[in-house]
Design a protein around this ligand. Structure first.
Ligand code: ZN
Ligand code: ZN
Length: 176
C-alpha cells in the first residue's frame, strides 16, 4: 500500500506513527513464490528532521506457508521483521542511483510500504524449511511421502550412492 509523505515533508522536526496493511497474498523471491497466509499491519514511526531527510522505524510480522525442502508439505513459518531506514525525499532518482542508494520503495513523495517491508523480508526469509528435523522426504522411485507411507521401493539415498562410488574407486585401485 502507498503512503503519502507529502504532508510530513512540509513539517520539520515532526514524527508520525502509522499502521499500514500489507495486502499481498504472495511474495516471490529466489525464483519461488511464497504464499502469505496472514500479515500484521506494517507499523511505522517516521520522523522528518528537515530538508526531506527522514528516518523510518518499522515493525511487521508475516506468516507464510513454505514447502518442506524434502517432502514439499506446506510448513507454517512466521517471520517477524524489525528495521530502520533513512530516506531523503529531496533526492531525485538519478541522485539515488549515483549514490548507490537504491530505495525502490521511495517514489516521489510516496512510500511503497509493501516494497519497504519486502526489502527487509528478503534477508529474513529462511532459505530452507523442514516440516520436522528428521523428515524422510519423498521416495525417489514412486514419489510417495516417506513420512506417512511405507513403500517397498529400492530407494538408494544420495549418501548410499556416494558410498558406492567411493567403494568402486577403492575396488579399482586394488586391481591395479
Ligand atoms: Zn518434510
Ligand atoms: Zn517408493
Amino acid at each position: 500500500m502507498m503512503l503519502s509523505l507529502a504532508d510530513l515533508l512540509n513539517q520539520n522536526d515532526k514524527t508520525i506513527q502509522v499502521q499500514v496493511p500489507y495486502d499481498k497474498s504472495e511474495y516471490s523471491a529466489f525464483g519461488l513464490t511464497y504464499r502469505v497466509t496472514s500479515a500484521d499491519p506494517v507499523s511505522l514511526v517516521i520522523h522528518h528532521e528537515k530538508n526531506g531527510k527522514m528516518t523510518i522505524d518499522g515493525k511487521a510480522c508475516m506468516r507464510f506457508e513454505i514447502p518442506c525442502d524434502r517432502c514439499l508439505t506446506p510448513v507454517p513459518v512466521e517471520v517477524p521483521l524489525e528495521f530502520e531506514r533513512e530516506i531523503d525525499l529531496r533526492k531525485t532518482p538519478e541522485q539515488r542511483a549515483a549514490d548507490l542508494d537504491e530505495q525502490p520503495y521511495v517514489i516521489g513523495t510516496d512510500l511503497d510500504v509493501d516494497l519497504l517491508a519486502e526489502d527487509e523480508l528478503i534477508s529474513n526469509l529462511p532459505m530452507k524449511v523442514l516440516c520436522r528435523e528428521d523428515c524422510k522426504g519423498l521416495c525417489r522411485v514412486c514419489g510417495c511421502n516417506r513420512n506417512t507411507t511405507a513403500c517397498s521401493c529400492d530407494d538408494h539415498s544420495s549418501e548410499d550412492l556416494r558410498m558406492s562410488v567411493i567403494r568402486e574407486i577403492f575396488e579399482k585401485s586394488k586391481e591395479v
